[in-house]
Write a new protein. Structure first.
Length: 86
C-alpha cells in the first residue's frame, strides 16, 4: 500500500539515497507481510503529492543515558584511589 506522509525525522530515500528532511513529503510503501517501510522522495515516487497532507509532529532526539565512554574513564586503579583521575 502506498501512502503519503510528512517525514518526522531525517530519513534517506530508498530509491536515490537523497536525504529527506523533517516535514518534507515522503511516500511510504508498505507490504503486508513485511515490517519495514520503504520510503521514496518526491522525484522517485512518480506521482503528485496530495494537497491536504497534514503536518506531522517531530520526533524529539533521545536523551543521553549518562553512560561514560571508555575514553573518559580512568583505567589506572591508583589514580582512581587517589581521586586524581576523577
Amino acid at each position: 500500500m502506498r501512502t503519503w506522509a510528512r517525514a518526522r525525522r531525517r530519513v534517506t530515500c530508498g530509491g536515490c539515497g537523497e536525504p529527506i528532511y523533517p516535514q518534507q513529503p515522503v511516500q511510504e510503501i508498505r507490504v503486508a507481510a513485511v515490517r519495514r517501510t520503504l520510503l521514496r522522495c518526491l522525484q522517485c515516487a512518480g506521482e503528485p503529492v496530495p494537497a491536504d497532507l497534514p503536518v506531522a509532529p517531530l520526533v524529539q532526539p533521545r536523551k543521553s543515558l549518562g553512560v561514560q565512554s571508555m575514553r573518559t574513564m580512568v583505567l589506572d586503579w591508583k589514580q582512581r584511589q587517589s581521586g586524581e583521575g576523577v
